[in-house]
Design a protein. Structure first.
Length: 235
């Protein structure tokens, strides 16, 4: 009896991406990072991207999040083009569709864990009490209920990264982009953060792209792609 898996919808798609950075000085060539790069990520799928330092893994996430624009090619999220948005539209796209987890948590140290998680909702215009309630429920999801009123600067590295995961997902995005999210953490803490990230990604059927140097974590994703010479290929 064959198990027929229903193909899930492609949420994030990159088609023929090129990125050329202009030369720093006249007479020197620019840097071409991507050449005809394509990528499709479906709902509920976690794709790991590996590759040498300088291959452009972080730059690719920046393009997918409309933090930067490609020189050529197109990025579609939910079928809508996002690579030529103006800054205001790009900010709205990130707030609505993208959950971004960085290697460094970028929490505001003077704000509490709860306030940090609520910030993207407040930016979207959600009322204070509602934003706080949603932030509290996400704090519980990342197993930090008892730490809500601690300032971010008072939390351990692993706790800070779990708060940043809650902050990334509180807006209920369709896409999760994670750039070396365990890169600064020790082994057991890294394991806990990765497992939490993957659990939440599966529960919410997010289309996820994880950049990682950790090949063991990469192997636990649905697919592993290597970024090499400007293109992605199965690793």
């Amino acid at each position: 009896m064959s198990h027929h898996t229903v193909p899930s919808e492609v949420i994030l798609r990159a088609i023929g991406l090129e990125k050329i950075y202009p030369p720093l000085a006249s007479g020197t060539p620019g840097l071409q990072l991507f050449r005809d790069l394509s990528l499709e990520v479906s709902a509920g799928e976690m794709v790991a991207i590996v590759g040498e330092s300088g291959a452009g893994k972080s730059s690719l996430l920046h393009l997918l999040a409309a933090l930067d624009s490609p020189t050529a090619g197109e990025i579609l999220c939910n079928g809508k083009p996002v690579s030529r948005l103006n800054p205001k539209q790009a900010a709205a796209y990130r707030n609505r569709d993208i959950g971004y987890v960085w290697q460094f948590h970028y929490l505001l140290p003077e704000f509490t864990a709860l306030e940090n998680i609520a910030l993207p909702l407040l930016a979207r215009g959600v009322a204070g009490a509602a934003a706080e309630a949603q932030a509290a429920s996400w704090l519980a999801r990342v197993e930090l209920s008892g730490r809500g009123h601690h300032r971010a600067g008072e939390l351990s590295g692993g706790e800070q990264q779990r708060v940043s995961i809650a902050r990334a997902l509180v807006t209920q995005p369709r896409v999760l982009l994670a750039d070396e999210p365990t890169g600064d953490l020790d082994g057991p803490t890294a394991e806990r953060v990765f497992t939490l990230l993957q659990t939440l990604q599966r529960e919410h059927a997010l289309a996820a792209v994880l950049v990682t140097h950790n090949l063991e974590f990469a192997s636990r994703c649905d697919r592993v792609l290597r970024l090499h010479h400007g293109r992605l290929a199965a690793a």
